[in-house]
Design a protein. Structure first.
Length: 238
């Protein structure tokens, strides 16, 4: 028997389990509400194609309260960052599954480029694409470290495929894989941005097949020494 006020190991265990169940329920409830705010924000982006909605509009549409919103997000900017991060995370998971189903790294990269760009130019996502493009550019300027962190899953997947291609002799080896992957990713992101913003420099939008042909040419064509040195020398003489 234990004296009054003493806590046995059994008492401690059930108390710990009770606390854990309580915390688990609170976490699940918080995640559910956070997800709801993100879902409503996505609806607003799709409807307007803009990120200038107010927290009050979001709260009214989600049928919650300002107090509830600020319990989950410090500001609208924090909500937009979470939304952007969630979009990239889910998309990257889907892209990875798609790539893993292909025969080799070249086919994997082709499917990735075609799918990424097709999703970016999907008319049914017009409002969201335009709004996220604007936010993407703002984030790169105002919070570059968060921008780089959010895009890490996409960058890692592209780099894995490029490294495999270089290792297997299918992609050029005169430029390091990190640089190749960076150039490829910047090309894809810029092409998607230009389309979302309706900036067609030639008057026509770029299709995914031509974009892939350009990317593949850059990954596989290695310039000759004469072209590299001679072309550079001539350019300097002008």
């Amino acid at each position: 028997m234990t004296q009054s006020g003493e806590v046995t190991a059994a008492d401690s265990n059930w108390r710990e389990r009770a606390v854990e169940r309580s915390l688990r329920g609170a976490r699940a409830k918080a995640m559910s509400r956070s997800d709801r705010f993100i879902e409503v924000a996505m609806e607003l982006l799709n409807e307007t194609g803009r990120t200038d909605f107010t927290v009050q509009e979001l709260v009214e549409m989600s049928k919650t309260s300002l107090r509830s919103f600020y319990q989950h997000f410090g500001s609208k900017d924090e909500l937009l960052l979470a939304l952007f991060e969630e979009v990239i995370r889910i998309s990257s998971d889907d892209w990875r599954h798609l790539v893993e189903a292909q025969d080799d790294c070249v086919a994997g990269l082709e499917s990735l480029v075609l799918t990424m760009y097709a999703q970016a130019i999907d008319r049914s996502m017009g409002g969201v694409s335009r709004a996220l493009t604007s936010y993407h550019l703002q984030l790169a300027e105002s919070r570059p470290s968060d921008y780089a962190r959010v895009l890490t899953p996409m960058k890692d997947l592209i780099l894995e495929l490029v490294e495999a291609g270089v290792r297997e002799g299918k992609f050029r080896g005169d430029i390091d894989p990190e640089t190749l992957a960076m150039i490829l990713m910047q090309t894809l992101v810029t092409a998607a941005h230009m389309h979302a913003l309706g900036a067609y420099l030639t008057g026509d939008s770029l299709d995914a097949e031509r974009l892939w042909a350009f990317c593949l040419g850059g990954l596989t064509d290695s310039p000759t020494t004469r072209t590299r040195t001679g072309g550079l020398a001539r350019a300097r003489q002008r």
